[in-house]
Design a protein around this ligand. Sequence first.
Ligand SMILES: C[S@@+](CC[C@H](N)C(=O)[O-])C[C@H]1O[C@@H](n2cnc3c(N)ncnc32)[C@H](O)[C@@H]1O
Length: 262
Amino acid sequence: MSSVIGEDDIRRNYSRVGTNLIEQLYGDDFLSLSGVESSDAMIAATGIDAETRVLDIGCGVGGPTLHLAETTGCHATGIDLMEWHAEEAAARAVTRGLGSRTVFKAGDATNLPFDDASFDVVWSQDAWCHVPDKAAVVREASRAVTTGGHIAFTDWVALSDMAPDYLAEVQMAVASPNFATPLLYRTWLNNEGCTVLDNEDISDRFAARYRSMIANLNALEAQVSNQFSPRVFAIMQEKNTMILKAFEDGKLGGVQIVARKP
Ligand SMILES: C[S@@+](CC[C@H](N)C(=O)[O-])C[C@H]1O[C@@H](n2cnc3c(N)ncnc32)[C@H](O)[C@@H]1O
């Protein structure tokens, strides 16, 4: 089945209005459900320190990238499809005194503007769900990471079959052209010669943060209804209820994967 989601939908999702609302609902500068908890787990798993060069693919407004630079002292590069995200992340880096240890660029995950083996760790949180050709992202990540380096990422994944109409609705709500499965990610990594060190089901983390996001949305009913309309608020609630049920029914979830390029 051809995808119902294209790049225009992704760009609409992450317009200034869209991203600002997501930040308000999530309550921090992470636009991901995996959030700071996965950042800290993957920092520990990859041993990132002040000498490490990290690339964060789909860095958003800098949440994970800045957290990495701030907590480990590493040199972190963030890349994002949205030009304004890269500019905003760079501005936040300066405000937080991280300008000399971070670089932000606009670009596409499937065509990274970096030489081979430029990074010790290639990183990503919840961004690849938006990319149609995920095997190409894994190929690019593996090209950009140095021998002996790590690829560490989280993403939304399909955990069981969904009927086509239901799947299309879920994809539309998440702005995802398709979902990988944990097995597909492991296969693509193995195809690039990488060894999977850790493959953790973080669906409970996804569902918990999603529930708190829904509570924040409910608290913002008046603001959202005024800024957009009561109908928009009702549609958001409807979509959120559907996604939470997909988590609870074990159809949709989150995965955290750490692999090494031998
Ligand atoms: C769910 S947000 C996560 C952002 C960030 N990782 C975080 O945790 O805050 C997904 C991000 O992926 C970016 N993105 C979507 N498609 C992309 C692509 N093809 N290449 C690079 N970034 C992309 C979006 O613009 C958005 O900033």
